[in-house]
Write a protein that binds this ligand. Sequence first.
Ligand SMILES: *Cc1c(COP(=O)(O)O)cnc(C)c1O
Length: 484
Amino acid sequence: MRKKSGKEKGEEVTKSNLALLPSVSELLKQPQMAYYQTVIGQLLLIEVIRESINLKRQLFLLGNTKVLATTKEENIHNLMIEISRKVKEKQTVNLKRVINATGIVLHTNLGRAILPRKVQENIVQVTSGYTNLEYDIDKGQRGSRYDHLLTIIKELTGAEDALVVNNNAAAVLLVLDTLAKNKEVIVSRGELVEIGGSFRIPNVIQASGCILKEVGTTNKTHYYDFEEIATENTGAILKVHTSNYKIIGFSQMVESKKLANLAASKGIPYVEDLGSGLFIDLSPYGLSHEATVNETIRAGADIVTFSGDKILGGPQAGIIIGKKHYINQIKKNQLTRCLRVDKMVLGALEATFKLYQDEAVALNAIPTLKMLTTSLRTLEITAENWQAQLEKKKLPIEINLFPVRSQVGGGAYPGDSLKSIALQLIPSDMSVNHLEHAMRMQDIPIITRIKEESILLDVRTISEEDWNYIVDSLVAIFHREGDS
Ligand SMILES: *Cc1c(COP(=O)(O)O)cnc(C)c1O
């Protein structure tokens, strides 16, 4: 062991103590190291070991003699604890799973839709080896990445053709840029929507090189408003789903079918931005009736766009479906290449669509749909069980059942909410803010809501697995507090 000479402390003491520090190679022989090496790799592991030894040496030389134990075994033991902690730290990623106890099903800040198990499995499948992404297996030649989804999308929607891009915002941009560049796009004044994250229809129309032609008023737009303005030179008639607000009272918009017919009579495209893109009517489950993708295609829309990760319950994507000659034009646009999706997304989307082949399967296997359609009675039974289970832990918390309303979120079903039930936690020897923070700081952060000096855990967005983790976390939080 090397050390600085000329210290006032007895040189011999320093030397002999430092000799009790293990070397890098001695530590590498420890049984746990093989595992750590598989986790962070040999190079990084050696760096971690070296760092840990050096830190102890430096602290010791600075006069902090307690950092070294009196035997080498003890020093090895202490260093291994330190190394284990550092390996865990190196391994943790920033973007990670969290538990959503807010009851907002499509929580944009928490990543919108949770993918179905089958979909997760398919992502692993298509990413763990080469794929036929752009290869036609039957013909043994180059294929198109968009063809894999074609059969299933046609089957589910009745559309002639389809294309998938990065997200629905990109889909709208691409459609307008292709079909209506330098031309007028007619939109009702009641549908000049702003979606969170500054997606504004007037700006998107401008960004696509089109000229916005507003018609009607905020609350009422009539068929004749469109009829007076639409000509053969119009770029497109666009209908935008008012996903995050509702105009109630004296209001009226024009039906899709009428606009589609008008557009057809002028030989111009009729485009609908559906936002969410529903495949199953959810009105039997306490939500308003909204047009499904299928209904919109049947009404005669030439192009329909919607998101993959809203009510559809799949990966982030923008799905463009409709008439073949329009989709062909869109495919040829240079922008399509800029907005194209990866095999992970295509694999996830195809697996999601497969689940829709059977409505009952979809409602059960797609977490978004399952959460939205679970009955209040079912949630209450779960809440009662969970309450009893948590009470058995005898933690210093009062636990009540608290009626709440869950939001759909993600810019879908504005004005609707679903009756739900929350577990209300009122800690007796800790502030509510402290508990909220402690829950958020768990390895899997638990995101809750604070209301009326208590913490609410909306049962609707919490899985059984999440719940077990919440219980363990609460036990750990209160034991740690109790010890200190
Ligand atoms: C959500 C939404 C968008 C944007 O979709 P993203 O997939 O989030 O890009 C566009 N238009 C409407 C009507 C929407 O509801």
